[in-house]
Design a binder for this molecule. Sequence first.
Ligand code: PLP
Length: 389
Amino acid sequence: MDEQWGFETKAIHSGQAPEPETGAVVVPIFQTSTYAQEALGRPRQGYEYSRTGNPTRKAYETCIAALEGGAWGLAFASGMAAINNCIYLLKPGDHVVCSDDVYGGTYRFFSKVAAEYGIRFDFVDLSQPGALEKALQPATRMVWVETPTNPMLRLTDLSAISKVTQARKVLLVVDNTFMSPYLQRPLSLGADLVVHSATKYLAGHADVVNGCMVGNDPTILDQMKFHQNAVGAIPGPFDCWLVMRGLKTLAVRMDRHCANAIALAKTLESHPGVARVHYPGLPSHPQHALAQQQMRGFGGMLSFEVRGGAAAAQAVLESVQLFLLAESLGGVESLIELPAIMTHASIPAERRAALGITDGLIRLSVGLESLEDLQADLTHALSEARQYA
Ligand code: PLP
């Protein structure tokens, strides 16, 4: 029955039937490390130890799988832990093609940690048609995509990429953190695995660090579940419960994130102190047509280049009163940051320059406050920066 439900219904009910003992409508927080067994070798309902499995975690894993349209879901202690687990699908000598402006932490993990264990990475602009074909090698086993990218909001055509990966029997993994399954469903476009920093839109309230992955292939599930248990980077039951609570309102939150972001993007685009706005919902975005085709909405993230470079950007950051100067994204509160100094500082300066991450590039995570207040805050901050333009 669940499969026929709409997105909002799945978010509220998938994996979350009333608790059988008491009828509690909210899945309880099973704050337990172990489970009394019925008899030797006979655990009740399959639960033995909470690193291996926990009913609160299971409910969340079932719900996120339903939302992404996958057969299974697994939860992790953070987005990075979920990303790390994917790398255990590879062996030394294997090659990965990765989007070039991925999240800085993903770049750091791939280039500084996984590479030390013999996995080879090439960072490629996968938004360019034909770029993947050129980057593939006989040893390529995985293609890693973020779309839209962070912070330049460039898109990758997932259907086009998945045609290539399927023909070459290469795994396609999509980090869907920026979009959430409400706005983009990579499995339906041919991806093999979807990963999330659930810290962001899925949980949605900036109160938990968590990650997850969703897939269809039962063989990959066996491998991933084995590593989830063997490595042990699992989330506690309260964190799973918080993400599940966030998922219930994901659809309504995402609609409002999108509405506020497009309005702010238009305000910024028409402002004389702004040189360029990067937002897939703007007709000026070079891949606006692809965005309309691949995404149900354009998301709550945007970046813009102020006139006047680093000094002007700093003045904006120091003058905002409502936008909070903070890393991260996807919560109800609006955040502002300077990728070159904050989220993307772990990327070498030459790479940042090549990607267009200048010292004057500001990234916004547009929250759910009143639009007029957000517009007024940014307009005021830009007026404080006009002496540098
Ligand atoms: N992927 C993306 C796109 C992110 O933005 C982040 C964190 O900012 C991560 C993965 C890592 O997730 P976490 O911070 O939950 O470990």
